[in-house]
Design a protein around this ligand. Structure first.
Ligand code: NAI
Length: 695
């Protein structure tokens, strides 16, 4: 059942019941319309109350119906709202906990609205690149006024019902200890005979001088919404609530909604929304897989990553013991954590009380005996197999049975690490991204023997730490770094052929990346890539790299930390200034390897950087390292600054069309360092079949 029907005296109560948030799917809409019709047909019923079971009035459209024909099947949401609004008996929406999107639009079609305090009221459609398409843009301004409605619709941010008490949105907000249904029924009995029935559509939006306000809003919203069209469309449709008659405003809203739903930006946002949800699902690890309790954590290594990782646990209220080899390193690590929290406090984003709570949860030690009782230990020591071996052998000795042994390694073989213990089922990779207390991505590396319950625990933990957990199999670089390696190689080859760092960075930044590869290298430290390449020159001599990055490091230009890298930097200024010597070195290198420099277009730069990643990703998918294309998109959206409005590399490739991607790759395979391009069989297959990665 998706809506229950009961009669309390002279009042019919329709209770939406479609867990978890009473999404207005087809079955729920059908049952609600039937309920209203049944009430209208019953002479004993004088008024109707609509409410929601469980944890919501209604969260809005049923996300399971998104992109499916069911969303449009009658009775549509419009029909349900029209049925309520045109009812000849008064309809009262009884709101609690969550009333969002289509749920709020339904309530606005009711004649009266009563609510519990603390209910979250929102029209969040803009977050999916849309606008409220069932009358929200026309009715909300009629009850809240132009300014407040516009703010809510453009931001999508929830406002608490008690903050809206006193507006025409609510006829009554009950006391916190009231019983919603009986209070709503009492309210309905009181207004049962009042006529005419009030309709939001009949109200006027009163805002003198609205043109000036609207123009101000257009300017502000345009400046803030970047490449996304939806916020400005929200302003225009809300404007129609003042400038047009209700019916015309509704038509305009429909038209703009249908336009937005077709935009790539909205498709990308909706893709990311679903990708995030599906990422935590692993086919052979069912949702009811038992998880292990994580009440106490330990972190080995209090360096850059260890400190950030510890903060994640502290933020979630989980106590952490940090282990180091030297007191000095431990003190430094703990001081950094304190400093980070102090900075957040200075910005007003953390209270003294919360600060005290968090700092009270962290302690340090030099002795393994002190961490044995932790439920999870995350290792973040130097990226060196020998060091990892020492640590994991020790962990195997001291950790209690059932403790999860996690490694933050970014390149090393997790299966080998697991092999240092007698409990490989308890070993897993938790690959955080720097700064670990900020970046959303957590690559969860599943070793050959990692237990299903350990994987399920890591996925649950990622949610608790407010991270986006994405599962990766074991390979060099896992999903994210394995792809970025191809991107970096192409960036180097582009320098050899005629581009300079500034052009490459600008082209990629114009595409939407937060930072181009060379500015990124300067930020992360060029010496890190240098060390990795030196190892690769020995282990995998068949892989070609441009030598320009090595020559840069030989000049001592490691990046921002040395004040100089691909660019120059000035103290107290993050701006990158091109350096003549570096550019001369690049030009000279082309001459040394006999490459005649040519003018390279921005389009070529973007294609080579992005498609090289996409091609590698196709291998990653084919090998089963990633479970699905959308997981790869999540990795790039949450860990690498890939532009959200493009939906991630795989979604972007689908948008471009895989035959086009393949044709470009084949073209570049004929050019300089063409050997770096070998079209992945999966890409070729999908292109031939006319399919996409995400289809
Ligand atoms: P770091 O050099 O800043 O910190 C390593 C810390 O481990 C140092 O404080 C050191 O004293 C301590 N340490 C070394 N050997 C130890 C041992 N046997 N027992 C206890 N403590 C020991 O290094 P960082 O950058 O924090 O990297 C740590 C790990 O995280 C590496 O595996 C690295 O590949 C990985 N990683 C690093 C990222 C980054 O952006 N820095 C990103 C993702 C992963």
């Amino acid at each position: 059942m998706t809506a229950e029907y009961q009669v309390h005296g002279t009042v019919a109560v329709i209770t939406l019941n479609n867990p978890p948030v009473n999404g207005l799917g087809l079955a729920t809409r059908t049952a609600a319309v039937k309920g209203i019709q049944q009430a209208l047909a019953d002479d004993a019923v004088k008024a109707i109350v609509i409410t929601g079971a469980g944890k919501a009035f209604s969260g809005g459209a049923d996300i399971k119906e998104f992109n499916s024909p069911k969303a449009l099947t009658e009775p549509s949401l419009h029909t349900l709202i029209a049925t309520a609004e045109s009812s000849t008996k008064p309809v009262v929406a009884a709101i609690h906990t969550v009333c969002m999107g289509g749920g709020l639009e339904l309530s606005l079609g009711c004649h009266y609205r009563v609510a519990m305090p603390g209910a979250q009221i929102a029209l969040p459609e803009v977050k999916l690149g849309l606008l409220p398409g069932a009358g929200g843009t026309q009715r909300l301004p009629r009850v809240l006024g132009l300014e407040m409605a516009l703010n809510m619709i453009v931001s999508g941010t929830p406002v608490l019902s008690d903050k809206l008490a006193g507006t025409a949105l609510f006829d009554q907000v009950f006391a916190a200890d009231a019983d919603l249904v009986s209070s709503a029924v009492a309210f309905a009995e009181k207004i049962a005979d009042a006529r005419p029935l009030p309709k939001v559509r009949d109200r006027k939006v009163d805002y003198p001088n609205h043109e000036a306000f609207l123009q101000f809003s257009r300017n502000t919203v345009k400046a803030m919404s970047g490449p996304f069209p939806a916020p400005l469309e929200c302003v225009e449709t809300v404007a129609a609530s003042v400038t047009m008659k209700f019916e015309d405003g509704m038509k305009f809203e429909r038209e703009r909604f249908l336009h937005l739903i077709q935009t790539t930006e909205s498709k990308a946002l909706r893709h990311a929304f679903f990708a995030e949800r599906v990422a935590s699902k692993v086919p052979d690890v069912p949702a009811d897989t038992p998880t292990r309790a994580i009440k106490q954590a330990a972190v080995i290594g209090a360096g850059t990553m260890g400190g950030g990782i510890a903060m994640n646990f502290l933020n979630a209220g989980i106590p952490v013991v940090m282990l180091e080899t030297r007191q000095e390193a431990l003190d430094k690590g703990l001081a950094t954590i304190r400093k980070n929290y102090e900075n957040t406090m200075k910005k007003g984003k953390l209270t003294q009380e919360k600060f005290d709570q968090r700092m009270a949860l962290v302690s340090g030690t030099l002795a393994y005996e002190d961490i044995g009782q932790a439920d999870i230990v995350v290792e973040a020591v130097f990226e060196d197999m020998g060091v990892k071996e020492t640590v994991f052998r020790k962990l195997d000795e001291v950790m209690k049975p059932g403790a999860i042994l996690a490694s933050n390694t970014s390149t090393l073989d997790l299966n080998q690490i697991a092999g240092f213990t007698k409990r490989p089922q308890d070993v897993i990779g938790t690959h955080f991204f720097s700064p670990a207390n900020v970046m959303k991505l957590l690559e969860i590396v599943r070793g050959a023997q990692t237990g299903k319950d350990v994987l399920a625990t890591a996925l649950a933990l990622s949610k608790k730490l407010k991270k986006t957990g994405v599962v990766s199999g074991v390979c060099d670089g896992f999903i994210g770094n394995r792809m970025i390696e191809q991107y970096s190689r192409q960036a180097g080859f582009l320098l050899e052929e005629g581009a300079l760092p500034e052009q490459v960075d600008k082209a990629v930044e114009k595409f939407g990346f937060a930072m181009g590869p060379f500015r990124m290298g300067d930020l992360a430290g060029n010496d890190i890539g240098w060390a990795i390449r030196k190892r690769r020159y020995v282990e995998k001599p068949e892989i070609s790299y441009s030598k320009t990055a090595d020559l840069l490091c030989e000049m001592g230009r490691f990046g921002q930390k040395t004040g100089a890298g691909w660019y120059d930097y000035k103290a107290g200024d993050r701006k990158a200034y091109p350096n003549e010597q570096v550019n001369a070195m690049i030009v000279q290198h082309s001459a040394d390897i006999g490459v005649a420099r040519r003018k390279i277009s921005d389009q070529e730069i973007v294609e080579r950087l992005v498609y090289s990643m996409v091609n590698e990703a196709a291998h990653i998918l084919e090998e089963g390292i990633a479970l699905r294309a959308s997981d790869i998109d999540m990795v790039y959206l949450t860990g690498y600054g890939f532009p959200l409005f493009r939906g991630g590399p795989m979604f972007y490739a689908d948008t471009v069309g895989l035959p086009n991607v393949l044709a470009a790759i084949n073209k570049y395979a004929q050019g300089h360092q063409g050997g770096a391009w070998k079209p992945a069989p999966l890409l070729v297959k999908l292109a031939e079949e006319g399919k996409g990665f995400n289809s």
